[in-house]
Ligand binder design. Structure first.
Ligand code: HEC
Length: 127
């Protein structure tokens, strides 16, 4: 009877270890995905927006105080509403302020509605 019990504890332990290994792999996959897609499941919209903005920062700077490609207006100091309007304009192709509208369209065309709202709020906090 004891040895049957031992086998069960052993099986339980193996199952537990296998479960842990799987969890670890899942984490590794998630962290590898981060630069490739905006669709990683995030804890909350604000964290996600900040993460997405890292890609925008290569042109607009992390503090939003660089003219992208020496042309765009500064993002820092603008209201969430104004930013949101422009992002939607680029996404639909209706805005082209300095001849780089098509370039900005590519940057934002995969953002969902809620991501656009969240990233606009985030940009408003840049000082
Ligand atoms: C490759 C460089 C580059 C990247 C990356 C980039 N932008 Fe831009 N952005 C520009 C340029 C250039 C303009 C000016 C576009 C035009 O001619 O209308 C611009 C314009 C803007 C504007 C309008 C600024 C204004 O008030 O006139 C907003 C808002 C904006 N970008 C947001 C973003 C967001 C959000 C991201 C990331 C999802 C992003 N950009 C990524 C280059 C970039």
């Amino acid at each position: 009877m004891d040895s049957v019990k031992n086998i069960f504890s052993l099986l339980a332990a193996v199952a537990l270890l296998a479960g842990c290994a799987q969890e670890k792999n899942k984490d590794a996959n998630q962290s590898m995905k981060i630069n490739v897609t905006h669709k990683k499941p995030y804890k909350d919209a604000a964290t996600e927006a900040k993460e997405i903005y890292q890609a925008c920062a290569s042109c607009h700077a992390i503090d939003g105080k660089t003219q992208a490609l020496g042309k765009s207006a500064l993002l820092a100091g603008q209201t969430a509403q104004g930013i949101e309007q422009k992002i939607r304009g680029y996404k639909s192709g209706s805005i082209d302020l300095t001849g780089n509208g098509p370039l900005m369209k590519v940057q934002v065309e995969e953002l969902t509605d809620s991501q656009i709202v969240a990233i606009s709020k985030y940009i408003e906090t840049l000082k």
